[in-house]
Design a protein. Sequence first.
Length: 329
Amino acid sequence: MRPFEYTRPARAAEAVAAVTADPGARYLAGGTNLVDHLKLGLTAPTALVDVRDALDDTVRTLADGGTSIGAGVPNSDLAAHPEIRRRYPVLSAALLAGASGQLRNMATTGGNLLQRTRCVYFQDVTTPCNKREPGSGCSALEGHGRDNAVLGASEFCVATHPSDMAVALCALDARVRVLGPDGERTIPVNGFHRLPGATPERDTVLSHGELVTAVELPPPVPGARSTYRKVRERASYAFALVSVAALVQVRDSQFVDARIAFGGLAHAPWRARRAEEVLRGRPVTEESFQVAADAELAEARTGRDNSYKVPLTVNTLASVLRELTEEDR
Ligand SMILES: Cc1cc2nc3c(=O)[nH]c(=O)nc-3n(C[C@H](O)[C@H](O)[C@H](O)COP(=O)(O)OP(=O)(O)OC[C@H]3O[C@@H](n4cnc5c(N)ncnc54)[C@H](O)[C@@H]3O)c2cc1C
Ligand code: SF4
């Protein structure tokens, strides 16, 4: 038994003050990730500050036509929200591709962004893991490596980020609103999750005590088509081997713009800027799909077990682009 304090403040500022004051304190939201970690012994907080009463759980339209999603909005409510389904279908699809109905009912927008890697060694306290215990080593480098990252990894950590929702948010250029001991700040979601470098114990750019209060989406791009495609080992209830969130704008059979993010490939959702650059101004052809995918994956580094991810990603992106441009060819 490891005793810890449990509080459930009514206001975000109280929650921030409580966690900031105690280096061992953690926020608790839906608990679908954190409670598993308590049971597995991955973390032993001195206090849990339950933020479910303190967080906004509404979806609102902003003055600029964008959308604000309270960090307390459950994943299932967000996926089913009529405005999200109509204006940001890629986000709804990504949420519905994740976990199960029961889990999505409990899981929150903030907790989903902050969920931790599913690396099997991270979750097994009997094995070395730099993310769990800095300096102890990385068991995944020589061990079971099917899920390892192929982009942006380091010698310290080759884990991948598990969230589907975050991949769609990256393609949508969302912003994360945060309240900390020094006040509020807004962080672009592209850059919110870190690459591992020499400090894989830090998943995001947040400091201790900072609380995610909302996610903001810019107004939808007129005429853009979008989709989320997740490749996994079974049809539901499995994390992505590879996933693609894509939005494209096409005029006269030519790409005007493309926004693409990958899941399952890196320590953070991976914004495919090179592929986007290649596609802009190019004709909608099979060759363009291939050149774009190859450009993005050119710097992929694979190990013994995960080389399949490169052709799988190339083929998945080509298939997504084909689907989104069917009527333009
Ligand atoms: C069996 C299973 C299958 C799953 N499959 C998928 C899947 O396919 N795809 C997918 O994307 N996810 C999947 N998940 C993960 C699930 O989406 C996450 O567990 C969930 O989104 C976490 O949200 P939560 O509110 O329960 O977070 P919690 O478990 O409460 O918290 C998670 C972390 O976030 C921190 N935190 C929570 N809220 C905030 C906040 N507002 N500000 C700052 N920090 C905060 C907590 O301190 C904790 O570290 C699966 C989970 C399980 C158990
Ligand atoms: S890949 Fe990262 S999370 Fe997995 S064992 Fe290595 S250091 Fe730990």
